[in-house]
Design a protein around this ligand. Sequence first.
Ligand SMILES: Cc1cc2nc3c(=O)[nH]c(=O)nc-3n(C[C@H](O)[C@H](O)[C@H](O)COP(=O)(O)OP(=O)(O)OC[C@H]3O[C@@H](n4cnc5c(N)ncnc54)[C@H](O)[C@@H]3O)c2cc1C
Length: 434
Amino acid sequence: MAWDFETDPEFQEQLEWIDEFVREEIEPLDFIITSPYDLTDPVRNDIIKPLQAQVQERELWACHLGPELGGPGYGQVKLALMNEILGRARCASTIFGTQAPDTGNSEILAHFGTPEQKEEFLEPLLRNEIVSCYSMTEPQGGADPKVFQTTATQDGDEWVINGEKWFSSNARYSTFLIVMVVTDPDNPPYQQQSMFLVPTNTPGVEIVRNVGLGYESESDDHGSHAYVRYENVRVPKENLLGPRGGGFVVAQTRLGGGRIHHAMRTSGRVQRIFDMMCERAISRTTQGELLSRKQMVQEMIADSWLEMEMFRLFVLRTAWRIDKYQDYKKVRKDISGVKAAMPGVYRNIATRALQIHGSLGVSWEMPFTKEVMESFHMGLADGPTEVHKVQVARRVLDDYVPCDDLFPSAHLPKKRAEALTKYADVLERHLETQ
Ligand SMILES: Cc1cc2nc3c(=O)[nH]c(=O)nc-3n(C[C@H](O)[C@H](O)[C@H](O)COP(=O)(O)OP(=O)(O)OC[C@H]3O[C@@H](n4cnc5c(N)ncnc54)[C@H](O)[C@@H]3O)c2cc1C
């Protein structure tokens, strides 16, 4: 009987260390470090590198990876328990070597990379000596990758890339980009595109502009989602990542992990917002009593707790299934489900926390407007919620068979007739004795 909600004591000790380390050392960095991805920032390096060394000493570095790639290979359940804590602070993932999109990018490099590609791109990435970017979405459409227009054509031993990509996160800080491009337009739709490794300093790679999110200030120039133009960008044929025409397969390998890791961190993020909500409810008074005495506030607390707990269990069960099956394809319904549930839970709880804080909640002196906006981020990055709901519905329906009768199989008259037939002899016997 293996149905257990407890963490083993040894790992629990690690979690307690992580919890204190994140609260004491990492949470304050949200006020100091502009971007944990900016390796040229001396303040960032002075603070973050010694913290990364402490994490490595405790063997908690890059826990999404197996031992063959320098991680402890803890599996997804332990990673989920860790990521919940790391989700509390913006710099925490970088300090633990599990930051997106480098995690997903390292996953596909590990899976599809040649020995040379691993040496040049993967190894320094795993040591956080460089930063990577995943450049897939295009300005004319992201949710439907079949409309992508960026092309690569072969010219001798090189591929020449032309086109534009949109919302390529961290391109400005990156050493290389993983770019999805059309190489075989005559193939069936899902076999037309391929992935390439493109060093960001290759001539012809131009960042048209760095776009920020709604809560960021345009004048600060901190936007980290690049509009990138590729104009006659030449890369050697060895920079093809994975099979030619296999771009969709490579993308899926990356996105499965990426989505569940976002959900693990969101679980922690939501817990932090919930803590703020509860503290305010039992601290602030109105009409001579605490907010927590008002039934509508109680409803907000109860609804938030219920949604948060259900989401957390869903994330953990999905993590457990990934560990069990060791195959993302077998857990696609769960991952899409978690991905589809995440923005709603996040948004609901952030919105209620904002409301309970009144004018303070809507101000820039509390984090809630940013958190509400971030919930939309979670509903878009790695595919919009609607697309994941479609996936969930399709996979759920795969498990059902149609009823070939005019009335459904659960039609009560039919069920009653079946029951009467099944127990006819007993009923008859009783009728006789009455
Ligand atoms: C913060 C952030 C970071 C990102 N980072 C990256 C990155 O690093 N690299 C990268 O390549 N991309 C990145 N993206 C882009 C992300 O993958 C796209 O935003 C997403 O795929 C949606 O594409 P789109 O924005 O073009 O929206 P569109 O494709 O224009 O879709 C717009 C809306 O239409 C609706 N919709 C779309 N399809 C369907 C459907 N099938 N059924 C019903 N409704 C539908 C949804 O409401 C959707 O939000 C990032 C996005 C965000 C917000």
